[in-house]
Design a protein around this ligand. Structure first.
Ligand SMILES: NC(=O)c1ccc[n+]([C@@H]2O[C@H](COP(=O)([O-])OP(=O)(O)OC[C@H]3O[C@@H](n4cnc5c(N)ncnc54)[C@H](OP(=O)(O)O)[C@@H]3O)[C@@H](O)[C@H]2O)c1
Length: 286
């Protein structure tokens, strides 16, 4: 069995989690809409993740919608004490699967309550406020109104901690004046490194940075250099992509997504991979 301890841990809010976790978005149907082809297979992935030591799962009630949280509940409820489930608000789904911004105070409250109901819990551990819709181009603008709505729900005891997603450095700064921000979830991987300076400033503040699309998302990473590095180390390109992120900064927590148990095990095994200096040098050119 993989030893996730090898990749270390990080404190997010009041909870310490392994740096290598799991993202549940791939468990819904195609386009993150509707039920998956094989619900039992999705349940098996979640149970295998937890049995392998995963204690950080990322989700959203917009996945499906509701489907992913309902599968999480069917697979793992009552949740293990050590498991931290992180969810997000800021979007709902249209009847054909479109992603609709949902930032009014009523929208935020209703999404928090949907998450509580579908996950079957009384308090959400961490809720990310997801701001921009194009992950490649977070847009500047005040986040005060939706964040104030989330802070109000936090004071009412519906959630313990707040994170931000799809945000700029300026929005993180604004958010930190209003709330104790425990994590930031933005697009970042071997080939999308726009957040380099944000990662470093969050590391200095001991705030977790959780890259989404760590493996490239809907178009998994492909590069000759990546394949060559993987081959030279006798591992897979996805394992190299994960190990590179783990080595990039100690505040990076990973949530690679998969709907397959073999892929899950392959990804978790990257906790034990240490990239040598020449591999890091080759990957820096990507
Ligand atoms: N905050 C946001 O706006 C936002 C946006 C997107 C995602 N997220 C979160 O971030 C998590 C991670 O993102 P993601 O799942 O979209 O992208 P990802 O982790 O970069 O990649 C997932 C894709 O890679 C494939 N894959 C996974 N492991 C593999 C392996 N070992 N070999 C080959 N292919 C592999 C998966 O297919 P298989 O199922 O076939 O393995 C899937 O197509 C999500 O689960 C979600 O929780 C957040």
């Amino acid at each position: 069995m993989t030893n996730l301890d090898k990749a270390g841990t990080f404190k997010m809010g009041h909870r310490t989690v392994h740096r290598l976790g799991y993202g549940a978005m791939q468990l819904a149907g195609p386009g993150v809409f509707g039920p998956p082809k094989d619900r039992e297979a999705a349940i098996a992935v979640l149970r295998d993740a937890v049995a392998s030591g995963v204690d950080h799962i990322d989700t959203s009630d917009a996945y499906g919608p509701h489907v992913t949280n309902q599968i999480l509940r069917a697979a793992l409820h009552p949740y293990p004490e050590k498991l931290v489930i992180v969810t997000k608000v800021g979007a709902t789904r249209g009847p054909e699967g479109s992603w609709e911004p949902a930032f009014s105070a009523e929208d935020i409250a209703s999404q928090v309550h949907d998450n509580l109901r579908n996950l079957g819990i009384d308090v959400l551990e961490i809720v990310n406020l997801r701001i921009t819709f194009d992950p490649l181009r977070p847009v500047e603008g005040s986040i005060e109104a939706p964040l104030a709505a989330l802070v109000k729900l936090q004071r009412e005891g519906k959630l313990r901690h707040i994170g931000l997603s799809n945000v700029t450095a300026k929005q993180v700064e604004e958010g930190r004046k209003m709330a104790d921000i425990v994590c930031v979830q933005n697009l970042y991987n071997l080939v999308h490194r726009n957040d380099d300076s944000l990662i470093d400033s969050l590391a200095a503040a001991r705030i977790a940075y959780v890259p989404f699309f760590p493996l490239g998302g809907f178009s998994p990473l492909q590069s000759t250099t990546l394949s060559e590095v993987a081959k030279s180390l006798d591992v897979t390109p996805m394992q190299v992509a994960i190990a590179w992120l783990l080595q990039r900064s100690p505040n990076i927590l990973l949530i690679p997504g998969t709907s397959s148990v073999p892929h899950l095990r392959e990804n978790l095994a990257a906790a034990e991979l240490e990239l040598p200096a020449d591999a890091l040098q080759a990957l820096a050119q990507l």
